[in-house]
Design a protein around this ligand. Structure first.
Ligand code: PRP
Length: 219
């Protein structure tokens, strides 16, 4: 049996992902050691390998087949536009992609003005403004703390992730329009899906049961 390789997103999602995998009997003790600088972890018994990568790199590893399976946010999947199968909504990491700004920027969105939009997600922002709203905008790519942009006058609005809304509130900004809901997803390399169909669909089914059980208990 060959190894199945998982690319997991570093950071916030990683902990929840390990918890979920544990519930289907997939454990990787080595990976929990936060002080370790090791990059790849192996579960010999189940012939599985895991590595942690930066979110935007996860779809890249999966598209090229360096990982068979990836766990990554829907925002990153949309932004990267890679060729992969999105097979399961894992439910956690739930948040929304939104157009945000000060209340005073709202009219700019209703009258199709040429405004500046700062974002870490230029492809999502471009698709939203050009294809869904038919509004020409100037996109400004940033790498973090996006909420700063309208405060210091770099842009009129931002396209960013809103989870609890506290970053917006604490900075006097609002959600002006909602683009789409987001959460963690499982993605699969199309060739792996064919070659390792039994193992991968078995895993999807097992995860599906856990995820729907958790969603029922939340409701
Ligand atoms: C994300 C996002 C918002 C914030 C939203 O940033 O870009 O800034 O979280 O969360 P909230 O609605 O719960 O306040 P992140 O902390 O990932 O860091 P970044 O600013 O470096 O992108």
């Amino acid at each position: 049996m060959r190894y199945l390789t998982f690319a997991l997103t570093k950071g916030r999602l990683a902990y929840k992902t390990l918890e979920l995998l544990e519930q289907v009997g997939i454990t990787c003790e080595e990976m929990k050691d936060k002080s370790s600088r090791k990059l790849i972890f192996v579960n010999e018994e189940k012939k599985l390998r895991f590595f942690l990568a930066k979110g935007p790199d996860v779809p890249t590893y999966v598209e090229y087949g360096a990982a068979d399976i990836g766990i990554v946010g829907k925002d990153t999947i949309m932004e990267e536009g890679r060729k992969l199968y999105e097979v399961l909504d894992l439910g956690y990491g739930a948040c929304r992609m939104c157009v945000c700004g000060p209340e005073s920027a709202r009219p700019f969105l209703n009258h199709g003005q040429l405004i500046r939009v700062a974002t870490k997600y230029p492809n999502i922002a471009k698709d939203y403004f050009y294809n869904r709203k038919n509004q020409t905008v100037e996109l400004i790519k940033l790498n973090g703390s996006i909420e700063l942009a309208p405060i210091v006058g770099l842009s009129e609005v931002i396209v960013d992730i809103v989870e609890t809304g506290s970053t917006l509130r604490e900075n006097g900004l609002q959600v002006l329009e909602e683009i789409c809901p987001l959460s963690a997803r499982m993605v699969v390399n199309p060739v792996s899906m064919k070659m390792e169909n039994e193992r991968i669909t078995g895993l999807i089914q097992a995860l599906k049961q856990i995820v729907s059980r958790e969603q029922r208990s939340v409701k």
